[in-house]
Ligand binder design. Structure first.
Ligand code: SAM
Ligand code: DTB
Ligand code: SF4
Length: 346
C-alpha cells in the first residue's frame, strides 16, 4: 500500500526514473489501481477567457506580449459567452471547466467579473477551475466564495532551472499563491512543463517540489512543451517520448492520490504514446479542440481512442475508488479491473 509522503529525496526519484521501463510502468500501474479505477479518465475542458497581451516573460508562452507569436490580445470575455462555452463542453462530456487568463495577476476590479463567471458555470453542475496568475489571500477567498473548486497555478520546473525560464516572478511567489489557495479551502491543480531543455535531474526536481508541497496537488498537470514560433523555447531539442512516459510514471508513484493530467502537448503525441501514458498512471486529460491559445486533439478522435482502449470518462463524483475516505488498511490491491464499491465513495 503506497503511503503519502512529503519527504521525497532527489536520489529516490532518480532511482525510480532509472528503473527498467517495464518495471517502472508496473510499479506506477500498481499504485494507480490502489486509488483509482484504471479504466477511468477525468476530462476537463479549457477556455481562454482573456487571451494574450501578458506582461510576463515565461519563455515557453505564446501569450507573452513581448514575443511575436501572432496571438492577438483580447479583453476579458463576457459571462454570457463563457457560460455558452461551458454548456457546450458539458454537453460534449466534460466534467470540469477551467477558465484561463493571460494575466500576471488579476486586478481587484477583475475579481467580481470572474466571480460571476465562476458562479454561473458552477450552477450548470460542472466542477470549476480557474488559472489567472498570482492571487492574494483576499482574492483567493473571493473566488472560493463564488464557487471555485480548483485553482491551477504551476511550479513549471525545478527550482534550480526556474530562473532560466522565467525572470519576471520568483518561484517563491508561486508557492505563496498556492498557500493562499489552500488556505481559502480550494483544491490545488499544480504541475509543470517537460521538454524545455531540462535534465532528468531537473525533471525529478520538479516532481520532488510538487510532492513535497504541504499537500499533494489534487490535480497534477504534466505539460509537454508546445513549441510556438516566436517564443524563446521554439527549437528546443525534442524530449525522448519514453522519458515523458517515465515522468508520468514517477509522478503517479510519488503522488498516488492525485489526478495526473496529460495536458498541453497531447496533440503531438500519437495514440500509442498516449496509451503508454495511461498505462503509466495518467488519468486526466484536457478535452476539446483548443487549449488556451493553441490547438488540442480533436474531441471525436479522443472518444474513439477511449473506446479503442476501453477507457471511459470519470463520473463527476467518482474521483478515485477511495474518494472521501482513506482506503482501509489491508484494502485489496486489484490486479484486474474490478467494480469498486461506490457506496464507500463520498
Ligand atoms: N497566466 C497564468 C499563469 O501563468 O499562471 C495562467 C495561464 S498559463 C498559460 C498556465 C500554464 O500553462 C503555465 O503555467 C504553463 O505551465 C502552461 N503553458 C503555457 N504555455 C505552454 C506551452 N507552450 N507548452 C506547455 N505548457 C504551457
Ligand atoms: C496547465 O498546466 N496547462 C494548461 C492549463 N494548465 C491552463 C494550459 C496549457 C497552455 C498551452 C499553450 C496555450 O494553448 O496557450
Ligand atoms: Fe503570462 Fe501565464 Fe503566459 Fe506566463 S504563462 S506569459 S504568466 S499567460
Amino acid at each position: 500500500m503506497s503511503v503519502i509522503r512529503h519527504d521525497w529525496q532527489r536520489e529516490e526519484l532518480l532511482a525510480l526514473f532509472g528503473l527498467p521501463f517495464p518495471e517502472l510502468l508496473h510499479r506506477a500501474a500498481s499504485v494507480h489501481r490502489e486509488h483509482f479505477r484504471p479504466d477511468e479518465v477525468q476530462v476537463s475542458t479549457l477556455l481562454s477567457v482573456k487571451t494574450g497581451g501578458c506582461p510576463e516573460d515565461c519563455s515557453y508562452c505564446p501569450q507573452a506580449q513581448r514575443y511575436h507569436t501572432g496571438v492577438r490580445a483580447q479583453k476579458l470575455m463576457s459571462t454570457e459567452a463563457v457560460v455558452a462555452k461551458a454548456r457546450a463542453a458539458q454537453a460534449a462530456g466534460a466534467s470540469r471547466f477551467c477558465m484561463g487568463a493571460a494575466w500576471r495577476e488579476p486586478k481587484d476590479r477583475d475579481i467580481p467579473k470572474v466571480a460571476k463567471m465562476i458562479a454561473e458555470v458552477k450552477a450548470l453542475g460542472l466542477e470549476t477551475c480557474a488559472t489567472l496568475g498570482m492571487l492574494s489571500g483576499t482574492q483567493a477567498r473571493a473566488l472560493k466564495d463564488a464557487g471555485l473548486d480548483y485553482y491551477n497555478h504551476n511550479l513549471d520546473t525545478a527550482p534550480e532551472f526556474y530562473g532560466d525560464i522565467i525572470t519576471t516572478r520568483e518561484q517563491q511567489e508561486r508557492l505563496d499563491t498556492l498557500a493562499h489557495v489552500r488556505d481559502a479551502g480550494m483544491k490545488t491543480c499544480c504541475g509543470g512543463i517537460i521538454g524545455m531543455g531540462e535534465t532528468r535531474e531537473q525533471r525529478a526536481g520538479l516532481l520532488q517540489a510538487l510532492a513535497n508541497l504541504p499537500a499533494h496537488p489534487d490535480s497534477v498537470p504534466i505539460n509537454r512543451l508546445v513549441q510556438v514560433a516566436g517564443t524563446p523555447l521554439h527549437g528546443t531539442r525534442e524530449l525522448d517520448p519514453f522519458e515523458f512516459v517515465r515522468t508520468i510514471a514517477v509522478a503517479r508513484i510519488i503522488m498516488p492520490r492525485s489526478m495526473v493530467r496529460l495536458s498541453a502537448g497531447r496533440e503531438s503525441m500519437n495514440d500509442e504514446l498516449q496509451a503508454l501514458c495511461f498505462l503509466a498512471g495518467a488519468n486526466s486529460i484536457f478535452y476539446g479542440d483548443r487549449l488556451l491559445s493553441t490547438g488540442n486533439n480533436d474531441a471525436a478522435h479522443d472518444m474513439e481512442l477511449f473506446a479503442r482502449l476501453g477507457l471511459k470518462p470519470m463520473p463527476l463524483h467518482g474521483a478515485g475508488i477511495d474518494a472521501g475516505e482513506p482506503m482501509k488498511a489491508g484494502g485489496t490491491v486489484h490486479a484486474e479491473i474490478v467494480e469498486p464499491d461506490r457506496s464507500q465513495a463520498a
